[in-house]
Design a protein around this ligand. Structure first.
Ligand SMILES: NC(=O)c1ccc[n+]([C@@H]2O[C@H](COP(=O)([O-])OP(=O)(O)OC[C@H]3O[C@@H](n4cnc5c(N)ncnc54)[C@H](O)[C@@H]3O)[C@@H](O)[C@H]2O)c1
Length: 458
């Protein structure tokens, strides 16, 4: 069968895989190929056990794979066979040299650009799907168009706004799709081509066209604003704990103001995920490099509050468990950075587990989807930790439970059974405010939630 367009995506990760699965499902007239240098990952995409867990993803891949959706590690061939290339490789925080800990590490990105250049025989549209510092498209274009083969490349920015855990839903029904390009005839034509892809299922008024710099910067700004809301509510949660105000009541009351809105106002142990911290630190670095110190400090504080909130959680555990957790068994329920994903990148649970091990606690980690990743994150101290998928067994003989991910499963456990199996006095630290605290207190637990007065029996 002749396909209308041949689309390639370089990078088969949390973004590349789901995004392309949705494009393939919505556009049977296109051939969509996803390539990655990681052969194991590609093998998993071609198997029944996909490399990432995302509700609805498995069904979508089953429906489209080997029809118009393909996964392969043949990057070179993929480049040659396609007219449109989405680049969705990782852009982590730099860990070395200038800008370490803040700037984006663009080595995978640049390597991909050079690969596209060396294997292309025809002109192509290159779409920035990865999150990138503002003005990266210039560098990309310089690399790509520095060829003497008479082929040209248009670079279009199309940042991804999906949230892990609801990726398929977000992709199928996005609030908006943003497509930025240079305001030149070639840029505008390329942007139109990308608009055409999304217009297959996204209402036209939700497809925003902008200049390429606005598009790049909007992604960093969106993540900074989202994280800022979490840090804002978390900072107030600390004040609630001192004053007997209740953070849920405060969040509800302010969220009813249509100028504020109710979403992203949930107090917690802190935000995680591969993006928020990395993108804010990148924004901070960019601001500094333009001499905007005040702006940099402003956004840096969002990350500082998050680190502080994680630290506060541990201090709270220690202070309430008689200033020592040494040799005490503590069950961490949830390790993923949020519910409905197996992703643990930058999860607060990593910090909490490490801090408790330093305090010589005996840690049991439980999670329905993230134990494999948890094992990798805690490799250095793996021998000191028990990994237990069953939350009841994890809690058996424990002094305390800490809820670190808002999985529905933890809302409906039989807490009487849990309580009876624990060492007394039994403690619950609800780092996600998902449990029925009064009921737990009545069962006999000492309950500590975020931004609420503690419920203690002593
Ligand atoms: N995860 C999210 O929720 C999310 C949301 C929006 C945007 N983003 C952004 O999207 C980008 C990708 O994120 P992710 O979470 O999918 O990352 P990921 O690490 O899961 O996937 C990236 C993949 O790219 C592959 N890769 C790297 N260099 C390559 C090369 N030269 N050729 C072929 N493959 C290569 C890696 O092997 C890896 O499998 C990042 O810039 C991220 O900031 C992520």
């Amino acid at each position: 069968m002749e396909f209308e367009k041949n689309i390639l995506c370089i990078g088969a990760g949390y973004v590349g895989g789901p995004t392309m699965a949705v494009i393939a499902a919505k556009c049977p007239q296109y051939r969509v190929l996803v390539v990655d240098v990681d052969k194991e990952r590609i093998k998993a995409w071609n198997s029944d056990r996909l490399p990432i867990f995302e509700p609805g993803l498995q069904d979508l891949v089953k429906k489209t794979r080997d029809k118009n959706l393909f996964f392969s590690s043949e990057v070179q061939r993929g480049i040659q066979e396609s007219e449109i290339i989405f680049v969705s490789v990782n852009t982590p925080t730099k860990t070395f040299g200038q800008g370490a800990g803040r700037a984006a590490d663009l080595q995978y990105w640049e390597k991909t650009a050079r690969e596209i250049l060396s294997h292309s025989k025809t002109s192509k549209i290159v779409v920035e799907k990865s999150t990138l510092p503002v003005r990266t498209a210039t560098a990309m274009e310089r690399i790509l168009n520095g060829n003497s083969r008479g082929i040209s490349f248009e670079v279009v920015s199309n940042p991804e706004f999906l949230a892990e855990g609801t990726a398929i839903q977000d992709l199928e029904n996005p609030d908006r799709v943003l497509i930025g390009a240079k305001e030149t005839p070639g840029g505008i034509k390329a942007r139109k081509e990308i608009v055409e892809i999304y217009a297959n299922w996204v209402p036209r008024e939700r497809i925003i066209e902008s200049n390429v710099w606005s598009s790049e910067l909007s992604k960093l700004t969106a993540n900074a604003f989202l994280a800022q809301r979490i840090s804002s509510i978390n900072s107030i949660s600390a004040l609630c704990e001192k004053t007997e105000a209740d953070i849920n009541e405060v969040a509800y009351a302010i969220g009813m103001d249509s100028r504020i809105g109710p979403k992203f106002l949930k107090a917690s142990v802190g935000f995680g995920g591969s993006c928020f911290k990395k993108d804010i630190m990148n924004l901070v670095y960019i601001c500094e490099s333009y001499g905007l110190e005040k702006v940099a400090q402003y956004w840096q504080a969002v990350v500082e509050i998050n680190d502080w909130q994680e630290g506060r959680f541990i201090q709270n555990m220690l202070a309430n468990m008689f200033n020592t957790v040494a040799e005490k068994r503590i069950a961490l329920l949830g390790f993923a950075f949020k519910a409905n994903t197996g992703d643990t990148r930058e999860s607060p649970a990593i910090y909490i587990a490490q801090a408790l091990i330093e305090e010589r606690a005996r840690i049991v980690v439980s999670d329905p989807e993230a134990l494999e990743n948890a094992r990798k994150d805690l490799k250095r101290i793996e021998d000191k930790i028990i990994f237990e998928p069953d939350p009841y067994r994890a809690a058996e003989g424990a002094h305390a439970i800490a809820i670190l991910t808002e999985w529905d499963l933890y809302k409906t456990l039989d807490y009487e059974r849990v309580f009876d199996s624990m060492v007394q006095p039994a403690f619950i630290f609800d780092g996600r405010n998902i449990l029925h605290h009064k009921r737990l207190f009545e069962i006999g637990f000492n309950v500590f939630a975020i931004g609420k007065a503690p419920l203690k029996h002593f």
